[in-house]
Ligand binder design. Structure first.
Ligand SMILES: *Cc1c(COP(=O)(O)O)cnc(C)c1O
Length: 232
């Protein structure tokens, strides 16, 4: 198979598995969006994915968005930041990103708001919550979420649309699923306090059916669409 044919087959396979997971959970497949994660893959892979009708791509490094956006200038692409963000990247994010799913601290909100005001733009954001036990996983602790959401009201350029998480890396499906359930329950509790958080971004190539069973509205899929990433 050519790369393009492989990509098309992968994409169709992922869409089918997402639809199956929705049906198994008694959910409408139209409720679940797939965010293709193009990190580490070059502009050619993004172009090939665009030929399949995809136009929104997840990336975890702002430098990488810069590089690809320069090559693909003029294309109608929405770049979604899903990786840990340093405040000194806020300027590029304000210019280039359509959305940030990894908002986890107030100094970052402040920096983004400042740069967005200068650009005259607003940005959709998801708050990343830490549900995994690994020290290495970033995100705001769940207990801190209600107060954080209150503070975000001070930043008019940030449209808070929901929550994002990465589950524990584990062979134990119950343990992985508990992370996703925790995010949904947090969302429900915050909704009861007046925070409208319709979007739940959770689930990756290895665990998206579990995330869909727990209410994901968006799954972030890299490997299952673009293939395995060389270690970098
Ligand atoms: C890389 C990445 C993904 C996609 O991971 P795959 O296992 O390749 O599907 C999803 N979310 C985040 C935050 C990532 O960094």
């Amino acid at each position: 198979m050519t790369d393009a044919a492989q990509l098309a087959a992968n994409w169709a396979g992922v869409r089918r598995q997402v639809d199956e997971a929705c049906r198994a959970a008694g959910r409408d497949p139209a409720e679940v969006t797939i965010l293709p994660v193009s990190k580490t893959f070059g502009p050619d892979a993004v172009r090939a994915a665009m030929a399949l009708g995809l136009h929104r791509f997840g990336e975890n490094k702002v430098q990488e968005i810069r590089g690809k956006a320069a090559v693909l200038a003029g294309e109608a692409i929405e770049w979604v930041v899903i990786g840990h963000l340093q405040t000194n990247k806020a300027k590029d994010v304000a210019r280039l990103a359509s959305e940030v799913q990894s908002l986890d601290r107030l100094d970052l909100a402040e920096a983004l708001d400042h740069r967005l005001q200068l650009e005259g733009r607003r940005l959709d954001v998801l708050v990343q919550v830490k549900t995994a036990r690994e020290e290495s996983k970033s995100g705001l602790p769940g207990e801190a979420l209600p107060a954080f959401l209150e503070r975000l009201r001070a930043y008019p350029t940030l449209r808070v649309r929901g929550l994002m998480t990465m589950a524990t890396l584990s062979e134990d499906a119950d343990e992985v699923r508990a992370c996703f359930r925790q995010l949904r329950e947090l969302r429900d509790r915050c909704a009861a306090e007046g925070h409208d958080l319709p979007r739940l971004s959770m689930g990756m190539s290895s665990d998206f059916p579990l995330a869909i069973a727990e209410g994901a509205t968006e799954v972030r899929i890299g490997t299952a669409i673009f293939g395995s990433r060389s270690k970098a």
